[in-house]
Design a protein around this ligand. Sequence first.
Ligand SMILES: Nc1ncnc2c1ncn2[C@@H]1O[C@H](COP(=O)(O)OP(=O)(O)O)[C@@H](O)[C@H]1O
Ligand SMILES: [Mg+2]
Length: 307
Amino acid sequence: MIIDYRHEPREGEEKRVTWRDMIGNASVKRNLLQLFLWPAKYPAEFTGLLAPQEGLLPFGPPRNGKTMAAKAVASKCKATFFNVDAASFGSKWFGDSEKMVKALFEVARERAPSIIFMDEVDGIMPASGADLGFGSQALNRIKAELLVQLDGLPTTADRVQVIGATNRPWDIDVALLNRLPIRTYVPLPDQEGRAALFRKLLGTNTRGHTLTDDDFDHVAIKTEGYSYRDLTKLCREAAYVSVREALMTDDVDECLEDESEAVMALRSRRSLQVNKVLTAAQKIKPTTHPQLIARLEDWKNEYAEQT
Ligand SMILES: Nc1ncnc2c1ncn2[C@@H]1O[C@H](COP(=O)(O)OP(=O)(O)O)[C@@H](O)[C@H]1O
Ligand SMILES: [Mg+2]
């Protein structure tokens, strides 16, 4: 069961996500298996030294699968899954935020096994200075309550586990960071990951594609620095080129008629070719700043597990 406390789902977030949709990201998948999926499925195996562990913090560049990974857990795992972000504790429950935090953990304990997923956790518990629009006193009370609740989590078989995701781990309050000790980096896709995503997405094109293995290698090499989301946009763009071409006719009004020439042309369009992908790559550029990657890698070297 999934209980969504968030104010509003984010743009571009697909509703249902499964493991099959997720390319690459081996280290985060391994952590999710050993910390969440296996313990939920084989509880008898995960006792004693293997008893449930403390919180997991996937961190990495934006639009690159952290939320997706958590959602895949939600869809696969038998646990009750609570989805919260900064807005959950903000305007909706204004004035009662710390009670809201307490209630969240109470329900989670009642419904255990539970997973509380705190998306963009740097916003829920910023290190300092951030203004969520409900005053620093209120924010401090929320922080304090969250820490109390996290410390009180049961570690027995009927448990509540926590996942926090962030693009900016250095902005998380240090006390909260200590409660999320298993920090796993979710990097941009490597060449192999990019090729795999291209194969998967172009494979869903209605008219198919004509890319060879060499073409896939080529487009993967050309898209270094792209996030999974950037690549997804790029593939959509490539597929849309022929729709746009069809609409470039002089008589756009004619296109509004169902059997116009342009519509016929669109219906009989050819499968997607590599040049369309390369043209799309001219238009859709990577959105992750290299400086952000450098900063994340530094943080990883200092604070995260090394994989
Ligand atoms: N590993 C992946 N495999 C396939 N698509 C992905 C992957 N990671 C991200 N995406 C695509 O990028 C979008 C944004 O990912 P999301 O999980 O929201 O990023 P964030 O890391 O910011 O939480 C997803 O909705 C999905 O379309
Ligand atoms: Mg996210």
